[in-house]
Design a protein around this ligand. Structure first.
Ligand code: PLA
Length: 430
């Protein structure tokens, strides 16, 4: 690493400093303001483990820079993608503005399957929420107030960086269970079951429905069956996070298989759904929370509480994005178009996996990189260590999260070689 740069790019993120260009003006700005506040002792929050990387990326002026930090789909040209199905849905006049309840129905059917017994029997309470994060948060608030079991959420190690924080903010306890085995770069299935068995009966079990973030490692159908059996014997309450339906395999039903396997047993469960990635509606905040219960009368009561929870946090969710999603989900032609476009995105990500793998072979990066091909979904968990990640950013202008995760959706064919050279250099020299 170059030692002549006084404070490097990543260090500015880690030390919670503003980009250099902003430092001067904020100091002079402070001098003109009153010097006293009751909030002076509020501690500075650390930068977000994922979104903080995008801030550092924006401040970098190198023409080689690459943002593989946040999971946001980009085209071969590195541009955000507005899906054709979304454009078409937006263009059409809204004939029926009963949009919101209709959205909840269609979203639940997309996840649980049209023939789902829970939906047919009216055992689900589904409300539109602010994308995946908002759905998790409202679900956490609901459990914190009304779950009669242990207020404890079991979370995989590692997991999406925000999971633990969201549940803690709701007043829930959290506990980790083993998930990823660095030695095999695969699932620590035995460790996972052992930790879940050792947890208190009735605890909440957080599961990634597919395309586990950040590892890209999902259980096989047989392993899901084993996880289901432990969930039943321990009377755990599964809480599925489905942020990538259709993105993992390119097939919506296949990516919904795990949560359907659980729901079809008739068990009670929660589901947080996001349409950010699969519809490319990131900023529109389209999502849904479903609480599936054992009895339709209970579902009505649960729904009333979910609505009050939302009312007290943000009153009601935005309409525009959910109206687009409703149009697509409710129209067979748009549905077909969307499925094709989803497949296109999943396939491009797959091509990038192969492209990066081939480039690593070509440049002769030391080590076994087959995990890049085996992992599923938007991310690759490269196995790069923190010093190696720092080298990737500081020397090569490649932005990625400190845990070694790269967003394959941010890569393009023309950049695989450069990325492979950066990885080779980091592995060899750090
Ligand atoms: N759950 C998981 C597993 C996620 O990966 C993400 C997003 C969310 C929920 C929340 O998504 P939403 O609120 O935008 O619908 N994870 C991203 C972005 C893609 C982020 O961190 O906000 C990531 O880069 O990990």
């Amino acid at each position: 690493m170059t030692s002549d740069i006084p404070i490097n790019r990543l260090a500015r993120v880690a030390l919670h400093l503003a980009p250099e260009s902003e430092t001067q003006s904020s100091i002079s700005g402070q001098q003109t303001r009153a010097m006293s506040s009751r909030f002076l002792d509020v501690p500075q929050a650390p930068p977000d483990a994922i979104l903080g990387i995008s801030e550092a990326f924006k401040a970098d002026t190198s023409p080689d820079k690459m943002n593989l930090g946040v999971g946001a789909y980009r085209t071969e040209e590195g541009k955000p993608l507005v899906l054709g199905a979304v454009r078409e849905a937006e263009r059409r006049e809204y004939l029926n503005m009963g949009g919101i309840p209709e959205f909840c129905k269609l979203a639940a059917a997309l996840a649980f399957g049209k023939g789902s017994a829970a939906l047919q029997e009216g055992r689900n309470a589904t409300i539109q929420c602010l994308s995946g994060t908002g759905s998790l948060r409202v679900g956490g608030e609901f459990l914190s107030s009304f779950y009669p079991g242990p207020k404890l959420v079991l979370i995989p190690t590692p997991s999406w960086a925000n999971h633990k924080a969201i549940f803690k903010r709701c007043g829930m306890q959290t506990q980790e269970y083993r998930y990823y085995k660095p030695e095999t770069r695969g699932l620590d299935y035995e460790g996972m079951l052992e930790d879940i068995r050792a947890a208190p009966d009735g605890a909440v079990l957080l599961l990634h429905a597919c395309a586990h973030n950040p590892t890209g490692v999902d259980p096989t159908p047989e392993q899901w069956q084993g996880i289901l059996e432990v969930t039943q014997s321990k009377k755990l309450l599964p809480f599925f996070d489905s942020a990538y339906q259709g993105f993992a395999s390119g097939d919506l039903d296949r990516d919904g298989a795990s949560l359907r396997m659980f729901a079809d047993t008739g068990m009670e469960m929660l589901l947080a759904q996001s349409f950010a990635k699969n519809m490319g509606l990131y900023g529109e905040r389209v999502g849904a929370l479903s609480v599936v219960v054992g009895d339709a009368a209970a579902a009505k009561k649960v729904e009333s509480q979910l609505k009050i929870t939302a009312r007290q946090m943000y009153s009601n969710p935005p309409r525009h994005g959910a109206s687009i999603a409703t149009r697509i989900l409710g129209d067979p032609a748009l549905m077909d178009q969307w499925k094709q476009e989803l497949k296109g995105m999943a396939d491009r990500i797959h091509t990038m996996r192969q492209g990066l793998y081939d480039a690593l072979q070509e440049v002769g990066a030391p080590g076994d990189w087959t995990h890049i091909l085996k992992q599923i979904g938007m991310f690759s968990f490269t196995g790069l260590t923190r010093p190696q990640v720092e080298n990737m950013t500081n020397k090569w202008h490649v932005y990625m999260t400190f845990d070694g995760r790269i967003s394959m959706a941010g890569l393009s064919s023309g950049k695989c070689k450069y990325l492979a050279e950066a990885i080779k250099d980091s592995v060899e020299n750090c």
